[in-house]
Design a protein. Structure first.
Length: 425
């Protein structure tokens, strides 16, 4: 009998949190396809307004991270994720119905507000259900919803637009989130002690190990003190610059490929999916070794440096040499996604549960702000210069700076000794 129910936890929980975050991520990338396919033309939106619409989501996403994480930690991650998914699905579908630019801006802002509670709540949920030598992989399987969604959505959205138009693409892609909210409510428990599918011994052993992890902290500050700690502030700055690169890339890649290659929207979707195949492989590999060695930093900053170099190489080559520039974009996309699992496992390693949820939320808030800057300024540079080259350089410098900030963090290292053999699958 597994002493902590590791197999049951992984088999039951990981597929659900993966699907939940996958569905909640759709609107971050399909807006780029809608813009490339005619949304701007249909609603008479200028290039500058299109960049603002893309970034308004992240402005809304910035505001409610910490209250959402606080509610998830102190009250119920299950409840806040359930309502967040329902509201997200409704607002995402409305994107295809709205015919006014003003209301579209409101919708994009509210989408960000609603989704702002989902990711930090799911990270808090993982700290309740997975041990320290499991968390990088648990976080990775959660965050894999990001590149996997962009992968399938790049293909499906491109062909949906070609078949039935961008309006119906938005409407249809919002519905599954509402359905999944009820599946989440039915299958998920907030804490191991509430899980009837774990026996009493497993519940007790797992809770004892989680308690021992928290007892290892010499000081257990309240969250407002943790938010001001040197390492949390460094990680917040790191994630700000990292997100500039990631979301400048995600939102504008379809338009960059379409303009540079002259291909149709369906084929553009297929090509846009390629970087995320590499991202999936690198994310799983990085999280596996980060959990095995419990040295998170070395599985974060090298990937970001290499991603910055690849983007800079694409900047040097220029879009007029499409094939080599695209190869470097594929490498950059995969490399910049690789460190997500180890990165978010650093925070509960250095901050106790009394402040880790809110710390993760603040760091993710700064990522949202970086996403706003990245999506807006990359779009602004593309529109202003008529070329994506300056956007590549901007993203490259941001990724390298994020790597430097990672190296300055005093992250803990160690081994997995002292944990039961069934701690991981």
């Amino acid at each position: 009998m597994e002493s902590t129910g590791a197999r049951q936890r992984w088999v039951r929980l990981i597929p659900i949190i993966f699907i939940v975050y996958s569905l909640a991520y759709v609107d971050r990338a399909n807006f780029g396809f809608g813009a490339a396919a005619g949304l701007a033309t249909t609603l008479h939106i200028t290039a500058g307004a299109t960049a603002l619409l893309s970034s308004l989501f992240f402005l809304g996403y910035f505001f409610f991270q910490i209250p959402g994480a606080h509610y998830a930690e102190k009250r119920s991650a299950k409840r806040i994720v359930f309502w967040g998914m329902i509201l997200w699905g409704v607002l995402a579908s409305l994107t295809g119905v709205i015919t006014s630019v003003g209301w579209l801006m409101v919708d994009r802002l509210l989408l960000g507000v609603v989704e702002s509670v989902l990711f930090p709540s799911l990270l808090v949920f993982n700290t309740h259900w997975f041990l320290k030598p499991e968390r990088a992989r648990a976080n990775t399987f959660l965050i894999l919803g990001n590149p996997v969604t962009v992968l399938w959505m790049s293909v499906v959205s491109g062909f949906l637009i070609a078949a039935i138009g961008w309006q119906w693409m938005f409407i249809l892609e919002g519905i599954p989130s509402i359905v999944m909210a009820f599946i989440w409510w039915w299958l998920i428990d907030d804490n191991p002690r509430d899980a009837a599918w774990l026996n009493l011994e497993q519940q007790r052993n797992f809770s004892d190990i989680l308690g021992a992890e928290q007892n290892a902290f010499r000081e257990k500050p309240q969250y407002w003190k943790a938010l001001h700690s040197r390492d949390v502030l460094l990680l917040a700055g790191q994630y700000f610059f990292w997100s500039i690169g990631v979301y400048g890339f995600v939102l504008w890649l379809p338009s960059i490929i379409k303009d540079a290659s002259g291909l149709g929207i369906g084929v553009t979707g297929l090509i846009s999916a390629i970087p995320y195949l590499l991202a999936i492989v690198l994310m799983v590999g990085a999280s596996y070794f980060a959990d095995k060695r419990l040295n998170r930093k070395v599985y974060v900053w090298p990937f970001l440096v290499l991603a910055g170099i690849a983007l800079y190489g694409s900047f040097i080559i220029g879009v007029h040499q499409f094939v080599p520039a695209m190869i470097l974009l594929v490498l950059a996309g995969g490399l910049m996604y690789a460190p997500y699992g180890p990165f978010f496992a650093i925070i509960p390693d250095i901050v106790p549960r009394s402040g880790s949820g809110e710390s993760m939320a603040m760091i993710n808030s700064m990522g949202a702000l970086g996403s706003f800057v990245g999506s807006y300024f990359v779009g602004f540079l593309n529109a202003g210069t008529g070329s994506p080259n300056d956007g590549f350089l901007f993203m490259s410098l941001s990724l390298v700076l994020s790597a430097v900030l990672t190296m300055l963090v005093h992250a803990k290292t160690g081994t997995a000794s002292g944990y039961p053999a069934d701690r991981a699958i």
